[in-house]
Ligand binder design. Sequence first.
Ligand code: HEC
Ligand code: HEC
Ligand code: HEC
Ligand code: HEC
Ligand code: HEC
Length: 164
Amino acid sequence: MRRSPLFFTLFLLIILTISCSRSETYKQPIAYNHKLHVEEADLGCLDCHKGVLTHRKATIPNIDVCIECHEEAMTESKEEEKLVNYISENRQIPWVQVHRVPDHAYFSHRRHVSLGKLGCQECHGNVAGMSLPFSRPAVKIDMEWCLRCHKKNGVDRDCATCHR
Ligand code: HEC
Ligand code: HEC
Ligand code: HEC
Ligand code: HEC
Ligand code: HEC
């Protein structure tokens, strides 16, 4: 049976629609492993994400933090080799930030973690169990998501709370 060009066009359109409707994914420069560091190196979230309790930004750690243990390789891992190179060349690791809110909305970690006493897991999932780096946000970060939790907790939902 000979399939018409129309068939292929439709097929292509369906594939395109499916791939566009999936959320964007990101690739990290080093296959960082959270599980390994929490379990084997006995590190807590705050040891690396140093801004969480006091600033808007949690901050993603870079070579100044990794150098404490990785100035020289301690494994055969190719990923660690990349890290040791960044450190020896004094170059920043170009991590891609995957959770983000646009500039017109105000979000602060200090407010939610220090004052709101929310755990990282509430918004970022089971990070301590992740052996691969983030390629997409743990949850879809949109206004609806913020509002749902504010409603549940009886927190302000005036527009100016978040759009300042
Ligand atoms: C307090 C010490 C410590 C710090 C700080 C630290 N690591 Fe590690 N790292 C370890 C230990 C322990 C291992 C596991 C070694 C083993 O398996 O024998 C490891 C292993 C690794 C590996 C190789 C294993 C793998 O998953 O391929 C990579 C890559 C790595 N770390 C990246 C990082 C990065 C990136 C940073 C900075 C953001 C960092 N580490 C900070 C202790 C540390
Ligand atoms: C109430 C929800 C919420 C909680 C709780 C929360 N986060 Fe976040 N996190 C976010 C949002 C929203 C963003 C995007 C913020 C932005 O664009 O500035 C984000 C971004 C981040 C980032 C990347 C950008 C940055 O701020 O450096 C890191 C790292 C991070 N969070 C770590 C943590 C850690 C570690 C904890 C627990 C100590 C935590 N978060 C708790 C919602 C949360
Ligand atoms: C998991 C629940 C949760 C999520 C999700 C959440 N919040 Fe909140 N938010 C809280 C709680 C609880 C407080 C109150 C903290 C306190 O005690 O001061 C708060 C407080 C705030 C405040 C300060 C409110 C005030 O009265 O000044 C702002 C601004 C804010 N959140 C913005 C955001 C934005 C923007 C998002 C989405 C990107 C978001 N929040 C998502 C729980 C949440
Ligand atoms: C050794 C340092 C280290 C420790 C400890 C650590 N992280 Fe991270 N974290 C990183 C690095 C490096 C990245 C960037 C690579 C990636 O996405 O996995 C990252 C990324 C993240 C992100 C995504 C930021 C973004 O791009 O939006 C979140 C959320 C996060 N970590 C939460 C946590 C939580 C929760 C814990 C504790 C259970 C934790 N981290 C412990 C180093 C660390
Ligand atoms: C709890 C925080 C919060 C409150 C309260 C809030 N917003 Fe938002 N709003 C956000 C966040 C976060 C975004 C960005 C969402 C995204 O990137 O998808 C946003 C996005 C928007 C946008 C842009 C829409 C878009 O598709 O990008 C508009 C317009 C908006 N908000 C209007 C309002 C109005 C009007 C109110 C009051 C009725 C309000 N917001 C209350 C957090 C909030």
